[in-house]
Design a protein around this ligand. Structure first.
Ligand code: GLU
Length: 510
């Protein structure tokens, strides 16, 4: 019988969750939803020195914002609570004791200075491997090199110690990875990692394996940076006698800088001007504020769609996938091995697609929101019309205001490239006529605005091509924008005429 799918997202609250963490959570979530399994959130906070206040709340809020629901775990509870590792300290001791009893782990009393001295010595001897492990452990101060009496005496005297895994020599450790196939490592290349620290807290390795076992995790889906740790985890399952309960592993490809050269970092993102965190984060230590995807105007569905494609593809041409479609189409077998380039332009493209997919009524909410902040009154009907006109030109919700300001504020300056080149006597004559003509009617539609323009230009024998830009600049101040005739319709006769006449008075003829 196959095990029920239970996956976990297991971030450490050591700072703001990186956008790559959302991708990891997403792939776990997709598998859970596809299989009717359980999505678990576990907080891996055993490294108390690196704990950052607010980081856990940030994780929870970020997941909520992107629509990744947690079935069990921190913030919702469940049968394997607590889900914060610092609250599970008492559970790990039993397993580390078991490892010591079966000679798969040992006490080590070395100071940092002693470990450093060992490295220097091995290096001087020309030894490539300077790890604390198979080749060096017997020259160190631990329960393998000391007599039983010495060890007992040290333990009883309260001397500080850690507990290390005793990696057995001469084994081939096989990690079966669902994305990379089988990866084999010689045990002699592994070091005797610390499993329990001197403060009695387990390290990530021990806590991670014990919790995955206790929480009956079926698949460990996590970033590639954990692949080097996987052989140790496989060995721990064996040493603890849990080899039959070992989860399946899938290590996700790295997220690379946009040019593909190296891992994406916060510094790269800052330099290139795009967010690295899902939500805005204020660093509690430095006070530095980093804008998040949410605040920058990315829609959660667009961000999810973008992230889904960073490492996975459906094998078809389809690019737009709702969460439901992702759940249906996702397959671990289609996750690539090669690092995924983080192309922010693609993220923006997804955002545009999702904005375009919205009705004018939905989009008007964004514009109305900006307008109320600016204390500008506008009817819903007009806001909808404006959004309809701008829809194909915007990337972010705030662009409706940024690109549509001129609907509400007459221009105070005019694009100089246009005025220098095209504000000729001819253009001025046509625009004067045009203003006089449109003034005659109370209301104007885009079609009427256009036919009047055609009539005036043909009477004066001037090509419309020469007039469109001067007309646009007089109405909007800018050289480009949405459909000009439709813009005139939205502004209405009075406002449009006023603007043309103001431009005629203000802009010197070339
Ligand atoms: N706590 C680890 C992290 O922050 C989790 C690694 C894992 O999923 O095993 O990435």
């Amino acid at each position: 019988m196959t095990k029920p799918v239970r996956v976990r997202f297991a971030p450490s609250p050591t700072g703001a969750l990186h956008i790559g963490g959302i991708r990891t959570a997403l792939y776990n979530y997709l598998l859970a939803r596809q299989t009717g399994g359980t999505m678990i959130l576990r907080i891996e906070d055993t490294d108390q020195n690196r704990f950052v206040p607010g980081a856990e709340e940030f994780i929870i809020e970020s997941l909520k914002w992107v629509g990744i629901a947690i079935d069990e775990g921190q913030s919702v509870g469940g049968p394997y609570a607590p889900y914060r590792q610092s609250e599970r300290k008492h559970l790990y001791k039993k397993y580390v004791d078991q490892l010591i009893a079966s000679a798969k782990a040992y006490y080590a009393f070395d100071s940092e200075g002693e470990i450093e001295a060992m490295r220097i010595r091995l290096k001087a001897e020309g030894n490539d491997n300077q790890q604390y492990g198979i080749h060096s452990r017997l020259s160190m101060r631990n329960s393998l090199s000391l007599s039983e009496a010495e060890t007992t005496q040290l333990l009883e005297s309260g001397a500080p110690y850690v507990i290390r895994a005793k990696i057995e020599s001469g084994h081939q450790v096989v990690v079966n990875d669902l994305t990379r196939g089988s990866v084999t490592v010689q045990s002699d290349t592994l070091d005797d990692k610390v499993l329990m620290k001197s403060d009695g807290m387990p390290t990530y390795h021990l806590a991670n394996v014990v919790d995955d076992y206790l929480m009956k995790i079926s698949h460990v889906i996590r970033g590639e940076e954990w692949l080097p740790s996987a052989p140790l985890h496989v060995l721990l399952y064996q040493y603890l006698g849990w080899q039959n309960e070992m989860p399946e592993f899938a290590h996700l490809p790295l997220l690379l800088k946009p040019d593909g050269n190296g891992k994406l970092s916060k510094r790269d993102a800052d330099k290139m001007g795009f967010p690295i965190f899902p939500l805005t984060w204020k660093d509690p230590h430095t006070g530095e504020v980093a804008t998040g995807y949410r605040e920058a105007g990315y829609l959660p569905q667009a961000l999810i769609n973008f992230l889904a494609f960073l490492g996975w593809n459906p094998g078809t041409e389809q690019e737009i996938f709702s969460m439901t479609q992702l759940i249906d189409s996702f397959a671990i077998q289609r996750i690539g091995k090669a690092g995924a380039k983080f192309d922010i332009q693609k993220a923006q493209w997804f955002n545009q697609q999702y904005l375009r997919g919205k009705s004018n009524e939905e989009l008007a909410i964004y514009l109305m929101d900006s307008l109320s902040k600016e204390n500008i009154n506008c009817s819903n009907a007009v806001a909808e019309k404006i959004c309809g006109l701008l829809k194909d030109r915007v990337t972010f919700p705030q662009d409706f205001w940024l690109q549509g300001k001129f609907f509400f504020k007459a221009p105070t300056s005019y694009d100089e490239q246009v005025t220098n080149k095209k504000w000729t006597q001819e253009a001025v004559t046509v625009l004067t006529q045009y203003a006089n003509q449109i003034k005659k009617s109370d209301t104007i539609t885009a079609d009427v605005a256009k036919s009047i323009l055609e009539k005036v230009t043909s009477e004066l024998n001037v090509g419309t091509g020469k007039i469109l830009q001067p007309l646009r600049v007089s109405i909007t101040g800018g050289a480009s924008g949405p459909d000009l005739m439709a813009t005139i319709e939205v502004l209405g006769v009075e406002e449009a005429t006023k603007r043309i006449e103001h431009a005629l008075k203000t802009i010197p003829i070339k």
